[in-house]
Design a protein around this ligand. Sequence first.
Ligand code: NCD
Length: 322
Amino acid sequence: MESDEKPYRRPVAHKFPLKYLVSMGDVPRVMQEEIFQTADQMQGVVDLRSGLESLGGKVIALIFLEPSSRTILSFQAAAARLGASVIVHQTASASSLAKGESLEDTIKVVAGYSDIVVLRHEASGAAARAASVCSVPLINGGDGGNEHPTQTLVDLYTIRREFGRLDHLKVGLGFDPLHSRTIHSLCRGLGYYDSNEIVLIGPEELFLDDAALAAMTKDGLSKVTQTSDIGALRECDIIYLNRFQVERFADQEVARRYRDRYRITANDLAGSAVKLILDPLPRIHEISEEVDELPQAVYFRQAEYGVPIRMALLSLMVASGV
Ligand code: NCD
């Protein structure tokens, strides 16, 4: 390593302060509980269409080098409701990265301009690299096909609020287990709670390998199975659907071949065990529009929970001053 900065290390503390949120592996259960309880209070502020001044004078850097709508806007809304200012960099082509600057150099400079950095990047592992040189707290806003921990905190918070518990669940996740960072992080998140079983659903070309499945049971999930049968969703308490991540496909033909088959309709769900339907959005092919009218469809509320959760994270990470 050329830099004399300390490399990124997993935190050992089990509650805040948390300096780097790179993976769901960084957020033990007690820390999740603190985030959820703080988010409940932040939801009260949002419900009043009001704001706090708790992060007045703070600067939040949003470095988003891959497309984003919900993640970037909910971070901006969260910052606004906490009285903080944001500085935004949204495309790699408009930044010095296009001139050949390394991610590490960019992050070192941005850390000098801000009190916390949120990074979205197309490369798996980019957030850990960035954290290893970042002198201020850093949050992974999605690193390629690897992880998206803040989305998982939103997902777990949604299940907690809408279903009342985070354990003893059977959760079906589709339809791109291989490339979906939201699926990867949610599996890790569910592994923290007792007796959660997951069923991964998608075309065989997009299956996870045996080592990845074994790692999930080692991470705490009670049972992990994988199937190409979309009908398996009917037996789940909760289903979590995410589009094919075509930007990460080597062969675009796979998406074209399976787009219609991996789409749930209201008919598919009639008389099923499914109590909750989640989707990190954007919705592309995976959910037919009439499903929106079903009482189980909570994905637009899930997107709204992005604001209180990110308010909680920013507050807990910036205010602690690590
Ligand atoms: C997800 C992402 O970026 O991974 N979007 C989001 O953050 N809500 C899901 C996706 O793009 O499919």
